[in-house]
Design a binder for this molecule. Structure first.
Ligand code: GLC
Ligand code: GLC
Length: 815
C-alpha cells in the first residue's frame, strides 16, 4: 500500500507528502462567516456565510480532470520560460519535496522546482471576511533567478446555482475594477447588491488580468495559460464572460534570497448609501475596505493574525484533552475529531467535496446532532444555533427539515414531515444543558416558523416535539414514520415509480400506516431526557408525565417492535415488517438496536444485550458495522430510496458511519468496553491510514460511509467531512468509552474501557472548572470509585466545587 503522508501530532497537522492522493484531501479555512475549502493541491473555493448564495470563487464539481479551480500561483523562470505550480495543480509539473500540511483552519503547501522553493500558507484571520495567502519564494540556486509569479482565481457571480446555469444572463453581467493594484469583483453591484470581493497583493504589479479567457487563451485550461506561457499579463478588464483575478509580479532573487508576498482575497459589504464614490458614479466606494486591505498587507499583522488563530484552537482543544494507551484514540479525540465537529457545526451539510454547497442548507436533525460534538467548545454559539433551529419549528411541533443559513428561514422545497426531526431538538437542548447548566435558555421566547406573535418559551417547543409524535401513532401504537425518519432513504409512503421524483418529498400514500421502531426508541430517549430536565428545574409534574409516556412507548416497542432476537426496523404501508427475520432482504437493521439500548429499552430483560449480539453476528465487518443485512438486491416500491442504491453503498448496507457509535454507546452501557473500543477502532480514520489506497478519503476525518461487504469496493469511503459521524463518534469515545460525561447535575466519570488498558488521564474544562482526571484500573470491571481532591465521592458524578475554585483533581479507581 502506498503512503500519502503522516500525522504530525505535535503540530496538529496532517502532512501529505505526495500530491496525487487517491482523492483530493481537503481542509477548511475560516471559523465564523468567511469560509473556504482547500485541497492538498490548492483546489477549492470560498464563500461568505452561505455556500450557495454568496459564492466568492467558482468551482466545478465532478470536473475532469479532478479538482481544477482553486487558489493558484504559477511561477515562471523568465530565463528558460519554464513554469510550474508550487501546489502541483494546475500545471502538475514535477516537484521536489512537495508537502501539504493541513492544520486547524489553515493549510501550508510547500515545494521546490528548479532550485526555487515556494511555500504558501492559507488562512482566514479570526473575525475577518478575507483569506490570506502568504507566499514565500526562495532562490536555492547559486545564481540570481529572474522569475514571474502569476496568481489565478475565477470569480463566481455570487449565487452558485444561478452561476452554473443561467448563462444567457450571466455571460453579460460580469464587472470588475482594478485600482491601485487591487482587483475588485463587482458583478451586480450596480443594482441590488452592496457587496463585492477583492483580490489584493502586497507587491507592485507588472500587470494583471481579469478576463479568464484572455488569461487562459482560447481552448486552453488552467494547466497552460497563454499569459503564463508568454510571461506577460494583458491587463485585461472583464466585461461580461468570466471575471477572473490574476496579478503578475516580477521577482529578481539573489542566491539564497527569500521574498515574502502577501495576497488577500476577501468579501466586503458597504454601508447603505455608501456604495459609490463619487456618489452618482459606478465606482465602488472603497473607503471602508481600504484600511482592512492595508492592515493585512503588512506582514506583522498577518503573523499576529496567524498566532491568534493558533491560540483560538489551543483554547478550543484544551476543553478536553486525553492521554490513553491508544494513539488513534488520542489523536482523534484531542485534535481531528474535535476539529471535524467544529467544521460540521459551521457548515452543516452544505459544502464539501461531496456536497456542492448549492443543495442542502442547515439540516434540523443534522445540526441538533452536531451540537453534541461541539457544545463544549463554543457553548454560546451552540445556544444561538439552538434558538435558530427552534425558530424553524412549526406550531404542530414538527419542523422544517432544513433552513438556509443566510435567511434562517425554513426551506419550502423540502418542507416538513420527517417525523423524527423534532425529537433531535430535545437531544440537542439536553446536550447544551448538561454542558452549561444554563437553564435560562428554556425560558427564551422563540417563534414558530418565524411567525411574529407566535413566540413561546423554548421549553414549550420541546414539549410540542413530544406531542407531535404522540399525535401521530400508527396501527401498532408506534410512531408514524412520515417522509422518512433518521434514515432519509426509508421512504415508506413514497411508492415512487417516476424516475427522478424525490423520494423524500413525493408521497403517494396517506402516511397513516407505516410506523418506525426507530422513532419509537428515539421518543423514549427524548422523553426521558425531557423528564430529567423537568425533574431538575421543574415543573416536576411534567417529569412524571414524560416518564409515563416513555414507559408506555417502551411497552409498545417490546410488544410490537421486537422480532425475537433484535428490534424490528418498521412496519411499511402494507403493514409488513421491515427488518425482521421474516423478510427476504433487510432482515436486521443497525439503527434500532443502538437507539433502543441508549434509551434504556430492554436493558433489564436482556433484550438489549441480545440485540447487540445479533449486531455482532450479522452486521460487523472489518471495515465497521454495516447498516443492514442482507442488502436489498432490487428496488422495492414500498421501501423507497434505500433499495435504490446498489448493494453495499449508502443506506443499502454500507458501513454508514453515523450509526456505528450508537452501537459503541450501547455496548458501553451494557459494560462491554473491549467491544465498544473495537468498533470504535474499525472506523477510526487514523487507524485506517495504512489502507489509504482502499479507504481513499482523508485519513484524518470521518466519512459518511464506507462501502460495505456487498459492495464491489468494500472499505472504500465516500462523503468525507460533513457527517453526523463526527459528533456521534466524539460522544461515543469521550462520554461513553472514556466515560467523561456531562450531566445536568455535574460531570460524571464512568469509563467503560478495554480490559487491557491500565487507565488513562484526561483534562476537562467543565462549567469553568478544570478537572484533572486520572483513571486507574484496579480490576477487570467497570465499577468506579471516585476521589475528588482527596475526598471520596458518592456515586459517579463529581459535585460542582464551591464558586471560585477553578481546579479539581479526580482519581477514578476502576475495577
Ligand atoms: C445523511 C443526512 C442525515 C440522515 C442520514 C441517513 O447523513 O444528512 O440527516 O440522517 O443521511 O439517511
Ligand atoms: C440521499 C442520501 C442520504 C441523505 C439524503 C439527503 O437520500 O442517500 O444519505 O440523507 O439524500 O436528502
Amino acid at each position: 500500500m502506498a503512503s500519502y503522508g503522516f500525522f504530525d501530532d505535535l503540530n496538529r497537522e496532517y502532512v501529505i507528502t505526495r500530491p496525487d492522493t487517491p482523492l483530493p484531501w481537503i481542509n477548511y479555512l475560516g471559523s465564523e462567516a468567511y469560509f473556504g475549502l482547500i485541497s492538498n493541491t490548492a483546489g477549492g473555493y470560498s464563500f461568505y456565510r452561505d455556500a450557495r448564495l454568496r459564492r466568492i470563487t467558482r468551482y466545478r464539481y465532478n470536473n475532469v480532470p479532478l479538482d481544477y479551480g482553486g487558489r493558484y500561483i504559477y511561477l515562471r523562470d523568465n530565463d528558460t520560460a519554464v513554469f510550474w505550480s508550487p501546489t502541483w495543480q494546475p500545471t502538475r509539473h514535477e516537484l521536489e519535496n512537495y508537502t501539504c500540511r493541513h492544520g486547524l483552519s489553515y493549510t501550508v503547501i510547500d515545494s521546490t522546482c528548479s532550485g526555487i522553493k515556494a511555500k504558501i500558507r492559507y488562512f482566514v484571520p479570526l473575525g475577518e471576511s478575507l483569506e490570506i495567502w502568504q507566499l514565500s519564494v526562495t532562490n536555492l540556486r547559486e545564481s540570481p533567478a529572474r522569475l514571474s509569479a502569476f496568481t489565478g482565481i475565477e470569480f463566481c457571480l455570487w449565487d452558485a446555482q444561478d452561476d452554473a446555469t443561467n448563462f444567457q444572463r450571466n455571460l453579460n453581467i460580469g464587472e470588475v475594477e482594478v485600482d491601485a493594484g487591487v482587483i475588485y469583483h463587482k458583478t451586480e453591484y450596480r443594482e441590488r447588491r452592496n457587496h463585492f470581493s477583492f483580490f489584493a497583493c502586497s507587491e507592485p504589479l507588472a500587470g494583471f488580468d481579469t478576463q479568464r479567457d484572455l488569461f487562459l487563451g482560447p481552448y486552453r485550461g488552467w494547466d497552460r495559460p497563454a499569459v503564463v506561457e508568454r510571461g506577460q499579463s494583458l491587463n485585461s478588464v472583464a466585461h461580461g464572460w468570466a471575471p477572473f483575478g490574476s496579478h503578475h509580479l516580477r521577482l529578481e532573487l539573489l542566491p539564497g534570497e527569500t521574498r515574502q508576498i502577501i495576497l488577500l482575497l476577501g468579501y466586503h459589504e458597504n454601508p447603505d448609501g455608501q456604495k459609490f464614490d463619487p456618489p452618482g458614479s459606478q465606482t465602488i466606494d472603497k473607503r471602508t475596505i481600504q484600511p482592512i486591505i492595508a492592515k493585512y498587507l503588512r506582514s506583522e499583522n498577518v503573523e499576529s493574525a496567524f498566532a491568534a488563530l493558533r491560540s483560538y484552537w489551543d483554547d478550543l482543544l484544551s476543553v478536553l484533552h486525553v492521554e490513553t494507551p491508544d494513539l488513534h484514540t488520542d489523536r482523534m479525540v484531542n485534535i481531528w475529531n474535535a476539529y471535524q465537529c467544529m467544521v460540521t457545526f459551521n457548515l452543516s451539510r452544505s459544502a464539501s467535496y461531496f456536497e456542492s454547497g448549492m443543495g442542502r442548507g442547515v439540516g434540523f436533525r443534522d445540526s441538533n446532532q452536531d451540537l453534541v460534538g461541539f457544545v463544549h467548545m463554543v457553548p454560546t454559539r451552540a445556544r444561538e444555533r439552538i434558538l435558530d433551529l427552534a425558530a424553524t419549528q412549526l406550531d404542530t411541533g414538527g419542523a422544517y427539515h432544513q433552513y438556509q443559513p443566510l435567511t434562517k428561514r425554513g426551506n419550502d422545497q423540502v418542507g416538513t414531515g420527517f417525523n423524527d426531526d423534532p425529537l433531535w431538538l430535545i437531544l440537542g437542548v439536553a446536550a447544551y444543558l448538561k454542558e452549561t447548566g444554563d437553564d435560562s435558555i428554556l425560558d427564551v421566547l422563540v417563534p414558530y416558523d418565524h411567525r411574529p406573535g407566535s413566540e413561546q418559551p423554548l421549553y414549550e417547543h420541546l414539549q410540542r416535539s413530544l406531542h407531535y409524535i404522540l399525535e401521530r401513532l400508527g396501527p401498532h401504537g408506534l410512531p408514524l414514520i412520515g417522509r422518512a425518519d433518521w434514515n432519509d432513504c426509508l421512504n415508506l409512503n413514497t411508492f415512487s415509480s417516476s424516475p427522478g421524483e424525490s423520494f423524500q418529498t413525493a408521497a403517494h400514500r396517506d402516511g397513516k400506516v407505516a410506523e418506525s421502531v426507530l422513532i419509537g426508541g428515539l421518543f423514549v430517549l427524548a422523553a426521558r431526557e425531557l423528564a430529567a430536565i423537568a425533574e431538575w428545574r421543574g415543573p416536576k409534574e411534567d417529569a412524571s408525565r414524560y416518564t409515563d409516556e416513555a414507559a408506555r412507548m417502551e411497552a409498545t416497542l417490546l410488544e410490537h417492535g421486537w422480532d425475537g432476537s433484535w428490534f424490528l426496523r418498521a412496519y411499511d404501508d402494507l403493514g409488513q415488517k421491515v427488518g425482521s427475520h421474516e423478510c427476504d432482504e433487510g432482515q436486521i437493521f443497525i439503527e434500532p438496536q443502538g437507539i433502543c439500548a441508549m434509551a434504556g429499552i430492554g436493558l433489564r430483560d436482556g433484550r438489549a444485550e441480545k440485540a447487540l449480539a445479533a449486531v455482532k453476528d450479522n452486521l460487523v465487518t472489518p471495515n465497521g458495522i454495516i447498516l443492514l443485512k442482507p442488502a436489498y438486491s432490487h428496488y422495492y416500491l414500498e421501501l423507497g430510496e434505500i433499495s435504490s442504491y446498489p448493494p453495499g453503498y449508502k443506506e443499502n448496507a454500507s458501513v454508514f458511519c453515523h450509526t456505528n457509535p450508537w452501537i459503541m454507546i450501547a455496548e458501553a452501557i451494557i459494560g462491554h468496553g473491549d467491544q465498544a473500543h473495537d468498533y470504535y477502532t474499525r472506523i477510526n480514520p487514523s487507524a485506517r491510514e495504512g489502507i489509504s489506497d482502499v479507504h481513499r478519503c482523508e485519513p484524518y476525518v470521518y466519512a459518511q460511509m464506507i462501502a460495505g461487504r456487498d459492495a464491489s469496493t468494500p472499505g472504500e469511503a465516500k462523503n468525507s467531512w460533513l457527517t453526523g459521524t463526527a459528533a456521534w463518534n466524539y460522544a461515543a469515545i469521550t462520554q461513553w468509552i472514556l466515560g467523561i460525561r456531562p450531566t445536568l447535575a455535574g460531570l460524571e466519570v464512568a469509563p467503560v474501557i478495554p480490559v487491557g488498558w491500565s487507565g488513562f488521564k484526561a483534562q476537562r474544562v467543565y462549567r469553568s472548572v478544570t478537572y484533572h482526571i486520572s483513571v486507574e484500573r484496579v480490576g477487570p470491571g467497570d465499577s468506579v470509585a471516585l476521589v475528588a481532591d482527596g475526598l471520596p465521592v458518592a456515586g459517579q458524578i463529581i459535585p460542582l466545587p464551591p464558586a471560585g475554585q477553578a481546579e479539581v483533581k479526580v482519581r477514578a479507581l476502576l475495577g
